[in-house]
Design a protein around this ligand. Structure first.
Ligand SMILES: Cc1ncc(C[n+]2csc(CCOP(=O)(O)OP(=O)(O)O)c2C)c(N)n1
Length: 690
């Protein structure tokens, strides 16, 4: 066969979507569907029972939806779970994890053996309590905190549209499906996500709502009376309501959704714990094992005669056939990729791998060169913009944005077009005032691959992003948050807008890097480090107010890479005092050093742009940077928490102990005693020289 013939043959194989025609209503087809869906129910009951923990209700209720979706619509290949053009399936209601694990087992994902199903919720199994990205092949995102998955899916759908404009629909053409529960849709983040998706007309996003009317406390009516169909419609979605146990209705709704010019909601009326005679339809099937008696009665009711964890070959085989369905499509795709212009193909593959390419180093060096030639006394948010002017053209995978603070965050460079429903090729997203949805959508873009999302908001609103940042850290995703107005230095907006505890709170998240550069040179260095961090997210805390450039001359080394470094050594001998500082307070430490020198006290200044990198450094390197001065003083316009790891519990801290206040920033620094004089005085007191 010639190459084009093979492509046609492979495409033809895909064109036979399944053994189930869309209008399948024959008794035999229905019976087979029921048996296949019941396999999900049986595995779920048995695994939850064995683990003595878990959530049987959702998988049992959504089994019909999942069976139709995975056997007739979803484009995937279990032999290549990372195939870039696969459809994405997001189980937003992560507590229903057994739905996904049962599917992965039945469809033949390697590794998801029946033993793994038996080890549900055990340490080291492929079947943890909630689905974990990277841990289990076939899981597209870590879900559990309700609402996040839905918002991740919006980011995935944005990524798909954007990349399709660059590489063409032969290479990028997939749909993002979400299974969402009542809980997902009650969470506030869902409103941010659906409003953004509707606005951007993400037509290849399809949400299947497991509309079972039950949550943990009982009937939904206890707490909610939203008409979800009308809610989604008002956000610009196509929305419909169907019987979620009718395979023909599910298929018809999916067919219609695939043709829609808008994102689609399919509200599927289901019975939680479908098949369980006494607990089904009630919250009793939501989150605990059904119990031996109820399981026996469910088996009888469903006509499921196999023992626990056994799937008869006659049922497993059609599932495995459904799993094999996508292989020809993937092979055809690979041939199309191979036939692509070599340069474009290399670029696609580079971006899919997440490699940064060669141009980053040159862009960073060029920025540093300019700063060496003409030092800048500017806010680090402006330094960030200066850096981005070089980075954005060098790294086409960077997609920027802001939560309605574009001109404050300085995240949009001059050349950046806006990504919109009319033009998905743009690289800047106006997320609207939706920090949480933005951060979660960014996670989805990073998970999708081919994109490095970065965005902006005020540092104080990192609280609004926090659940998504935490998940980015847990999943090891490279997303970058440029968070400006990073202290009382923002001035007149006052304590509502002045972060105080935020640096400490962000530093508490494992696997998140918090950068607080002190000047324009550190700012480009921190951007470089954030971009190179391909196993976790970063926050850049940036000032509103101007700061002097402290790093003068050209330095090819990225000094920020060690997290902390001696910016200025003590003059004339060993230091009696080490002054540690971050961001805008490094200049205060530098001024304090001069005051101390005037009093005959030798001090050194250590800039600490990133705690996490510093604390991860080898012991000897850390000890050398920490030094052995008699007195350690740290200065940061935030709370002390976290600093003991650097200055010791006997170190002196100059910073904030409560909320800020409204006023001109220079006066605020005086008011709160974060000044060179205060720093010098603190050191002198410790030396007994005050
Ligand atoms: C943000 C968040 N809050 C609370 C929970 C705990 N929780 C898990 S499931 C659930 C609600 C269950 O209702 P629903 O979403 O309708 O799921 P179903 O009962 O249909 O399985 C809650 C409150 C959570 N996982 N995430």
């Amino acid at each position: 066969m010639t190459k084009p013939d093979r492509i046609i043959a492979a495409s033809a194989a895909l064109a036979q979507p399944s053994r189930f025609p869309a209008t399948a209503t024959s008794p035999a087809a229905r019976a087979e569907h029921d048996r296949m869906a019941n396999a999900i129910r049986a595995l779920t009951m048995d695994a939850v029972e064995q683990a003595k923990a878990g959530h049987p209700g959702l998988p049992m209720g959504a089994a019909d939806i999942a069976t139709v979706l995975f056997t007739r619509f979803l484009k995937f290949d279990p032999t290549d779970p990372a195939w870039p053009d696969r459809d994405r399936f997001v189980l937003s209601a992560g507590h229903g994890s057994m739905l996904l694990y049962a599917l992965l087992h039945l469809l033949g994902y390697e590794g998801m053996t029946i033993d793994e199903i038996k080890r549900f919720r055990q340490i080291g199994s492929l079947t943890p309590g909630h689905p974990e990205y990277h841990h289990t092949p076939g899981v597209e995102t870590t879900t559990g905190p309700l609402g996040q998955g839905l918002a991740n899916a919006v980011g995935m759908a944005i990524a798909e549209r954007h990349l399709a404009t660059l590489f063409g629909s032969d290479i990028v053409d997939h749909t993002t499906y979400v299974l969402a529960s009542d809980g997902d849709l009650m969470e506030g983040i869902s409103q941010e996500a659906i409003a953004l998706a509707g606005h951007l007309k993400l037509k290849k996003l399809i949400v299947l709502f497991d509309d079972n009317g039950i949550s943990i406390d009982g009937p939904l009516a206890l707490a909610d009376s939203v008409d979800q169909v009308r809610r989604f419609e008002s956000a610009g979605w196509a929305a419909t309501r169907i019987d979620g146990h009718d395979p023909a209705a599910i298929a018809a709704a999916l067919e219609a959704a695939k043709k829609s010019d808008r994102p689609s909601l399919i509200a599927c009326r289901t019975t939680i714990g479908f098949g369980a005679p006494t607990k089904g339809g009630t919250e009793k099937s939501h989150g605990s094992p059904l119990g031996a008696e109820e399981i026996a009665a469910t088996r009888a009711k469903l006509g499921w005669t196999s023992p626990a964890f056994e799937i008869p070959a006659a049922i497993l085989e059609p599932w495995r056939a459904a799993g094999r369905r996508g292989t020809p499509a993937r092979q055809a795709w690979e041939m199309r990729l191979a036939a692509l212009d070599p340069k474009m193909r290399a670029e696609f593959e580079r971006r899919a791998r997440g490699d940064l390419g060669q141009s980053l180093a040159a862009a960073v060096a060029a920025v540093k060169q300019k700063l060496a030639e003409a030092p800048k006394e500017i806010a680090t948010r402006s330094a960030s913009e200066f850096a981005l002017e070089a980075l954005v053209p060098a790294l086409p995978e960077m997609i920027g944005g802001s939560a309605d603070l574009t001109s404050s965050n300085n995240t949009r460079t001059k050349s950046m077009k806006v990504l919109s429903a009319a033009d998905y090729s743009g690289r800047f997203i106006h997320y609207g005032v939706r920090e949480h949805g933005m951060a979660a959508a960014m996670n989805g873009m990073a998970l999708h691959g081919g994109i490095i999302p970065y965005s902006g908001t005020f540092l104080v609103f990192s609280d609004y992003c926090r659940p998504a940042i935490r998940l980015a850290a847990l999943m090891g995703q490279r997303v970058i948050h440029a968070m400006t107005h990073d202290s009382i230095g923002l001035g007149e907006d006052g304590p509502t807008h002045q972060p105080v505890e935020h640096l400490a709170a962000l530093r508490a998240i494992p696997n998140l890097k918090v950068f607080r550069p002190c000047d324009a040179v550190e700012t480009i260095e921190c951007w470089q480090l954030a971009l190179e961090s391909n196993n976790g997210p970063s926050v850049l805390a940036l000032t509103r107010q101007n700061v002097p450039q402290l790093r003068l001359g050209f330095d090819a080394d990225n000094r920020s890479a060690s997290g902390a470094y001696e910016l200025i050594a003590a003059e004339g001998g060993a230091a009696a005092v080490s002054l540690f500082a971050t961001g805008s307070e490094v200049a205060i430490a530098v001024a304090a050093q001069k005051l101390l020198a005037a009093r005959g006290v030798r001090a050194r200044v250590v800039s600490v742009p990133c705690f996490e990198l510093f604390l991860a450094a080898a012991d000897a390197e850390r000890a050398a940077i920490t030094g052995n001065a008699a007195v350690n003083v740290a200065v940061e316009a935030g709370i002390r928490q976290g600093w003991d790891a650097i200055i010791g519990s006997d170190g002196t801290f100059v910073g904030m102990t409560g909320f800020g206040a409204s006023g001109p920033y220079k006066e605020l620094y005086q008011h709160f005693g974060i000044t060179p004089q205060a720093v010098a005085e603190a050191a002198l007191v410790r030396l007994g020289k005050s």
